[in-house]
Design a protein around this ligand. Structure first.
Ligand code: ADP
Ligand code: MG
Length: 259
């Protein structure tokens, strides 16, 4: 992987401080299930926040709400000072500010790797094709799959596909990257190559929200750990504080099962 910056273009234009993602009293139900319960969360520019918690605690719903893939019942979510609109052109624009990487790689199977990373910039950002391809190739180089540009996703390993998915999200020049268990579907030997790309992004100052069970990553890359259980943020702390000295019984119980 090259040392070249993955995010240089964005970092140079981004103001140096401020709240980038703000959730204020967010509630959501799925029928009788109160899946997000009065969530208050602020992610500052350049911050890396790792969200952990038991299965079913609402982590994915939280990510999907921030990208407006799920509606919320009440409260508000703002991205860089702008409230997430319900629909329309403004939503498409704000959604493009939030890069999302899922557990399943979600690449377009019938498009080449390069087409996967240039489609959004061309269609949504209205970039000229040549410019999108030049930048796309540079991003693929930086995540270490530059030589796979003309292949189709199925010809790549899971770790390579997930790195393409990261490049594809970065190609949209997002202000914040959301990762929802990006390594959970990978064979063990491929986890590190994806975590390394994420580590590099974090070092370069990308604002990141990462749902993961990779506690090594949380310890080394996160500025803050958010522990969720039963739809609530139960605990928020610096990684060393959270892992070495969890305050809540829920967190102690969770950590005793996974560490
Ligand atoms: P996590 O990512 O922490 O495992 P999720 O956000 O996926 O949790 O799910 C939280 C709860 O909401 C779970 O009980 C799940 O079954 C439920 N849930 C998730 N999506 C839906 C949906 N579309 N309809 C109904 N229930 C859902
Ligand atoms: Mg989930």
């Amino acid at each position: 992987m090259s040392d070249a910056s993955l995010t240089k273009d964005f970092a140079e234009t981004a103001p140096s401080a401020g709240d980038l993602v703000v959730l204020d009293s967010v509630n959501k139900h799925f029928g009788a299930l109160h899946v997000l319960q009065d969530i208050n969360l602020t992610i500052k520019r350049g911050e890396v926040v790792v969200v952990i918690g038991p299965s079913g605690s609402g982590k994915s719903t939280l990510c999907r709400a921030i990208n407006r893939l799920e509606t919320i019942d009440d409260g508000s979510i703002t991205i860089d000072g702008e409230p997430l609109p319900a629909e329309g052109r403004e939503l498409a624009r704000l959604r493009a500010d939030v890069g999302m990487v899922f557990q399943s790689f979600n690449l377009f199977a019938h498009k080449t790797v390069l087409e996967n990373v240039t489609l959004g910039p061309i269609k949504v950002r209205r970039k000229p094709k040549a410019e999108a391809e030049e930048r796309g190739r540079a991003l693929l180089d930086r995540v270490g799959v530059g030589n796979q540009a003309d292949k189709y996703p199925a010809q790549l390993s899971g770790g390579q596909q997930q790195r393409v998915a990261i490049a594809r999200a970065l190609a949209m020049e997002p202000k914040v990257m959301l990762f929802d268990e990006p390594t959970s579907a990978l064979d063990p030997e491929m986890i590190n190559e994806v975590l390394e790309v994420m580590q590099q992004l974090a070092r370069e100052g990308m604002t990141m929200i990462v749902v993961t069970h990779e506690m090594g990553f949380a310890r080394s890359a996160a500025n803050r750990v958010v522990f969720m259980a039963d739809g609530r943020v139960v605990e928020e702390a610096a990684p060393h504080q959270f892992f070495d000295n969890p305050r809540s019984d829920r967190a102690k119980d969770f950590l005793s099962k996974i560490l």
